[in-house]
Design a protein around this ligand. Structure first.
Ligand code: ADP
Length: 492
């Protein structure tokens, strides 16, 4: 399913977040603009009301002499609401206010209903009940707390296209000021439409941009899966083309490439190992077949039969050595060879192995010299003994006549170190990196003819690796080789 893909999921999340943010922003912007607009309308209406509470200059021509006008100080003074003329003043001011179509005023009183309204006021005005309820306790003009306007004791309401504010006054009066806000509402509608269009535009743009970014970010994954598919189809030489090695996906690709390389090399090794193993086994089988066929071709005397049987026995013994070594390697590879974790003295193990192999050395006229310190290592003494015996047997086998083999055990740092040096022909520099590989022999024909399996060092390495140690060789062709085994010391 396309919607299961990471790209589409990213896109969907991106869309949801973008839509939420834009909607929140749009609604908040609209709300703020609407509140501001209403506040300014209310302020406007409040100012209309304030005019009511100033005594008007007495009727007369503006051309009257100055002494006929009210004194300057009195002009702005609020009208005294306690005076009996207060109601008359309000009634008159309200009914004379404005004209039809413009802002309007209305005067209400508790228990008496509508007292007066200006010409522009609508017929169907419902009573400002909340303001009427507050009116008896209200502050009057000129008293502290009275301020007709958005911050004063004012109750605002919107009725269809009309906005009204109601100001409670003492003695049960309520003045209502209102005006049509149809134009303002149309402007708000335009703002809402504009916000919607802009929001939609930003949303689509953001979606397209997000889609591009997601597609761009996901592209390396497509390349990785395409390569992995080709590899799983059998082409192990395929690698992911990593251009940007610094990004997370680039690093993943590098790790995968590394894994593919290791897979390829392990497959090649496996294939070569199988080929080598069958090749090694084919030789003794061929020997047995040829020997028996030749022997059976005609009647033989018992000496000839004996000779044939002996040749077959040698071939079978070789096959047994080979299969045993192969089996051991396979078990070591699979981690099936139980490896103990005991404390043992590497020096003692080396001494026992040397004693075991001394007859072989004597046979070859090779002298064994030992210098063995006590080195308590952690591991499997029996398997380590096998390593020492293998190395000693090689050192004797590849030694020169009447040569010497030195066996040294020391403690170096937190490792027990075993060194076995011989005075043989040494190992060519180009062979040194390979001698621990399976079936690798520096001198192929000679070693095979001598019945060597080519697995001894591979087994040594597998055992040492299983101990968390290391094995290496230093060799000067012509003047012998030194094999060094390092094993971790047992903790005290
Ligand atoms: P092999 O059964 O052939 O001895 P190994 O795995 O023990 O197999 O050794 C691999 C190859 O390493 C040998 O064929 C030989 O060429 C080389 N080699 C091992 N030990 C020595 C040594 N002490 N001196 C010279 N060459 C050696």
């Amino acid at each position: 399913m396309i919607f299961n893909s990471i790209r589409w999921r990213l896109q969907a999340w991106h869309g949801v977040i973008l839509a939420t943010v834009l909607t929140g922003f749009g609604v908040a912007a609209y709300q703020v603009a609407r509140d501001n607009q209403l506040r300014s309308i209310d302020q406007d209406l409040g100012q209309q009301l304030e005019g009511l509470f100033r005594p008007r200059p007495p009727a007369g021509d503006p051309g009257d002499p100055p002494e006929a006008r009210p004194p300057r100080g009195e002009r702005g003074r609020p009208f005294p609401f306690e005076s009996p003329e207060f109601e008359d003043h309000l009634r008159q001011a309200v009914s004379e206010y404005g004209s039809a179509g413009g802002p309007y005023l209305a005067l209400w009183k508790v228990n008496q209903g509508l007292l007066a309204r200006s010409p522009g006021a609508p017929q169907d005005m419902p009573p400002p009940s909340e303001a009427l309820a507050q009116a008896p306790q209200a502050a009057g003009p000129g008293q502290p707390g009275f301020r007709p306007g958005p911050r004063g004791p004012m109750l605002a309401r919107t009725r269809g296209p009309l906005r009204e504010i109601a100001v409670p006054l003492p003695r049960g009066f309520v003045v209502v000021a209102g005006r049509s806000i149809a134009d303002d509402q149309a402007a708000m509608q335009r703002l809402a439409l504009w916000l919607l269009a802009a929001g939609l535009g930003v949303f689509l743009l953001g979606l397209a941009g997000g889609g591009w970014v997601a597609a761009h970010a996901i592209r390396p994954i497509d390349a990785i899966s395409a390569t992995a598919q080709r590899i799983s189809a059998g082409d192990l030489s395929q690698r992911i083309n990593v251009a940007d090695t610094e990004s997370e996906l680039g690093r993943l690709a590098a790790v995968l490439n590394n894994t593919f390389a290791r897979l390829e090399s392990s497959f090649t090794q496996q294939a070569r190992f199988t080929a080598d193993a069958s090749h090694e086994l084919r030789t003794p089988v061929a020997v047995i077949l040829t020997q028996t066929q030749t022997c059976l071709a005609r009647e033989r005397d018992s000496a000839e039969y004996k000779e044939t049987l002996e040749a077959c026995q040698r071939a079978a013994q070789r096959m047994r050595r080979l299969t045993e070594s192969l089996l051991e390697l396979a078990r070591l590879d699979a981690g099936e060879e139980p490896m103990r974790r005991d404390r043992f003295d590497l020096g003692r193990v080396a001494r026992e192995s040397a004693e075991l192999i001394r007859p072989l050395a004597a046979q070859r006229n090779v002298t064994l010299e030992t210098d063995l310190a006590l080195a308590d290592c952690a591991g499997d003494a029996e398997h380590v003994g096998q390593v020492v015996t293998n190395l000693l047997s090689n050192a004797i086998h590849y030694n020169r006549d009447s040569g010497t083999v030195h066996v040294v055990v020391r403690i170096e740092g937190d490792h027990g170190v075993l060194r076995i040096s011989d005075a043989g022909s040494g190992i060519a520099v180009e062979d040194q990196p390979h001698i621990f590989e399976r079936f690798y022999r520096a001198d192929k024909s000679r070693a095979r003819a001598e019945g060597r399996t080519g697995l001894g060092l591979a087994i040594c390495k597998a055992i040492v690796d299983a101990h968390g140690g290391s094995i290496g060789v230093e060799s000067q062709p012509g003047s012998g080789s030194t094999f060094t085994v390092r094993l971790p010391l047992a903790h005290h």
